[in-house]
Design a protein around this ligand. Structure first.
Ligand SMILES: [Zn+2]
Length: 176
C-alpha cells in the first residue's frame, strides 16, 4: 500500500496513544513509544493485506509522507514527539526493510541490489492485497476508510496532542 496511508495510520496511532498528562515516569516514556512502534508494524500488516492499488507514484508518495510527518512534529506537543516518531517509524518499518532498496533505486535513480525474499509475510504475493492491475472500487473503499478512520482518531485526540492553545483573549468574553 502507498506509504502515505501507513503514515496517516501512524499519526492516528500516536494521537490515540498520547495520554492527557505529561509522560513523567520512565515506563511511560519508554513503554508507550515501544508499544507505538509495535502497533505501527501490526497496522502496516493489516493495511497491506487489504485489497489495494497504488494511486500515488512512489516519488509523490514518499514526499507527501515525509511532509505529513514533519508537519505533525511541528504541531504536536514536544513531549509527544518520541511517541509520534516511534509510531511513524513502526508504521513504515516493514517497507523500509523489504522494499527500502527498491524504493531508494526509484527515488534516487540508484542501482542498489534488491532481493526477492521478504521478512514480512504480507509482502509475499500470496498474502499481499496488491492484487489489481487497474483502479478498483474496493481499493478506493479501503483507502477512503483508512483516511476517514485516521482523520477521526486524529481530530478526536487533538486537545491532547496539539501544541498550541487558544489565547485567553480569544476565549474570554469582553466585560462591559
Ligand atoms: Zn508494505
Amino acid at each position: 500500500m502507498n506509504v502515505i496511508f501507513h503514515t496517516l495510520t501512524g499519526i492516528a496511532l500516536g494521537s490515540a496513544l498520547t495520554s492527557r498528562e505529561k509522560p513523567t515516569s520512565m515506563t511511560k516514556k519508554i513503554v508507550t513509544p515501544i508499544l507505538g512502534f509495535t502497533l505501527g508494524i501490526i497496522s502496516h500488516g493489516l493495511l497491506d493485506v487489504l485489497p489495494h492499488t497504488y494511486p500515488l507514484k512512489s516519488h509523490v508518495d514518499i514526499i507527501f509522507s515525509l511532509v505529513a510527518f514533519a508537519l505533525t512534529l511541528l504541531i504536536v506537543k514536544k513531549e509527544t514527539i518520541p511517541l509520534f516518531t516511534c509510531c511513524f517509524l513502526g508504521s513504515i518499518f516493514p517497507d523500509m526493510i523489504d522494499l527500502g532498496p527498491e524504493m531508494a533505486n526509484q527515488f534516487f535513480n540508484l542501482k542498489l541490489p534488491t532481493i526477492k525474499a521478504k521478512v514480512f509475510p504480507w509482502h509475499l504475493p500470496q498474502y499481499s492485497g496488491s492484487i489489481y492491475t487497474k483502479p478498483s472500487p474496493i481499493s478506493n473503499l479501503a483507502h477512503t476508510l483508512i483516511i476517514i478512520l485516521s482523520t477521526i482518531t486524529i481530530f478526536t485526540n487533538l486537545t491532547k496532542t496539539i501544541r498550541f492553545k487558544r489565547r485567553a483573549a480569544e476565549t474570554d468574553e469582553t466585560p462591559f
